[in-house]
Ligand binder design. Sequence first.
Ligand code: ADE
Ligand code: ZN
Length: 312
Amino acid sequence: MTTPLAELHMHIEGSLEPPQIFALAERNGIALPYNDIDELAARYEFTDLQSFLDLYYANMSVLRTAEDFGDLARAYFRRAAAGGVTQAEIFFDPQAHTARGVALEAVVEGLSDAVASSEREFGVKSGLIASILRDEPVLHANKLLDDLLAMQAPIIGLGLDSAEAGFPPSLFVDVFAKARAEGLHVVAHAGEEGPAEYIWQALDLLGVERVDHGVRCLEDDALVNRLVDEEIPLTVCPLSNVRLKVYEDLSEHPIRQMIERGLIVTVNSDDPAYFGGYVDDNFAALETALGLTAREREILYDNSIKASFIGR
Ligand code: ADE
Ligand code: ZN
């Protein structure tokens, strides 16, 4: 039997592979600013989070219909299953689509159709987490949640992503309170590029159940103790951290130290089409760079199930 493995931190738009970008552009009659896949692939060198986000949002222009979103999610489930993922809780960025004139209904319909059949089609149980773009006005976040609730979108949670520094969790207290009151799970990106203080805020002000990234907690011992004591999982994304220059090289990644300190760490791909691979690629890279042991792998797999909202 396959060992259960949950992927808990991946943005479905970040699984949009270059060949798919060209195929969708053709299907939707969209002119791309690149002549071919090689020219596009040459842009996948990032200096920081923002330099990645610029390309990530630009490439989304090819996603227009419910069918596009469904195809995107199905391609991810197929690839994730091949890499050993048995369940996935996937983020999507509704505001990145509605701002381009794509109806929220099309986004939700396409993704939720794929999610509804992922277990039957690919053997991957799944759920959707709508993510707020923290660098957009707070009012837009409130409206997004209201719209999702009004249409009874089949989401399991609310998240917070996009450019972190300068956009603290404290801005989003009201929308997260409402999400919790509605019975949604809540998570937030914190401590990726932003300071440890943003992790405290995510816990104290937003009431998050998991922290996405969270690697900068290591700068604050009291915070590490809090995360350990309260068993708050961290969804860590090793290849992403290197590609976005949080760490210079994977050999410098503190994931082993995090495990040793008792943090509930999980391994995830974040934006697999942009950062050099899927969950299995992240595990393989950790084995090469850090000599990740079989015991450590087992802990990371167990943690992913322990940290999941949808259960086994
Ligand atoms: N959106 C997609 N990937 C992201 C990341 N790594 N950090 C913040 N926002 C994101
Ligand atoms: Zn992320």
